[in-house]
Design a protein around this ligand. Structure first.
Ligand code: DC
Length: 247
């Protein structure tokens, strides 16, 4: 099964995806790290985030590897940029503030999407991002779209940044998240939006545990539905999605 998890920044995608992948024995793949690694490379080269041609050529020329964790420091995976471990550097506020802008360009997205799709099509994967269910892997059997209020997401992101030793305030984090929401959802190419057949989960008032239970329940339902779905596909008929839970 391919599981696609999309949603706004700090809505709980990573937490759910990591736990889900661990429970199912699937690969956890966070596509955001690729856009972050590209942004870090661009910042280091002093590129302007509005220089589409330079960013696209950088995306085509750099090597981003995502491997299983190579250190026991809480990292969900190790991210290598041209061989250098940038797992934590890509989480800095500087990268936060530029990554959505660098991600709006078609040339950047096509280079990274291609790699993501290749990995996803192997199956047994929980892939996280903004456009996984809509563009990268529209054939995913389970699509989850996560949201939460801006206030709650800012609170969570602030806690993460504080752990990283960053000294930022709540208002600043809220501003940065709101701007990323705007850029991610208003871009022309692969904007952030729920696929029509996605299950939407609002995590504003939910802790990680019930969200995981909900997702495991959805996986079980999809597994039970798979034989019937295969028969329908074979008969050449598609299935339309339903309500929030859409079935
Ligand atoms: O999930 P994240 O906060 O690490 O993602 C960082 C940025 O990367 C996000 O603001 C937009 C971009 N992104 C994207 O455009 N498409 C994806 N599939 C994943 C991330």
């Amino acid at each position: 099964m391919i599981i696609a998890i999309d949603g706004t920044s700090a809505s709980g995608k990573t937490t759910l995806a990591r736990r889900l992948a661990a429970r199912l024995g699937y690969l956890y793949f966070d596509t955001g790290v690729m856009y972050r690694a590209l942004t870090l490379a661009a910042l280091r080269q002093g590129l302007s985030m509005s220089d589409e041609a330079a960013l696209a050529s950088l995306a085509a020329g750099i090597t981003i590897d995502v491997t299983s964790p190579t250190a026991s420091d809480g990292r969900p995976c190790t991210v290598l940029l041209n061989g250098e471990d940038v797992t934590w550097t890509i989480r800095s506020p500087e990268v936060d503030d530029s990554v959505s802008q660098a991600s709006i360009y078609a040339g950047v997205r096509s280079a990274l999407t291609l790699q993501q799709r290749r990995i996803g099509l192997r199956g047994r994967v929980v892939m996280v991002g903004r456009d996984i269910g809509t563009v990268v892997l529209p054939e995913a059997e389970l699509k989850i779209f996560m949201t939460a209020s801006l206030e709650e997401r800012a609170r969570r992101r602030l806690a993460e940044l504080t752990l990283l030793g960053e000294n930022v305030g709540l208002a600043e984090v809220e501003r940065s998240l709101a701007e990323r929401d705007r850029l991610d959802s208003q871009r022309t190419v692969a904007p952030l939006r729920a696929a029509p057949d996605a299950v939407v989960i609002d995590t504003s008032h939910l802790s990680a545990e019930p969200v995981l239970d909900l997702a495991l329940d959805l996986v079980a339902k999809r597994e039970r539905a798979a034989p019937a779905q295969n028969a329908r596909d074979a008969a050449g008929r598609g299935e339309r999605g339903g309500v929030e839970e859409r079935e």
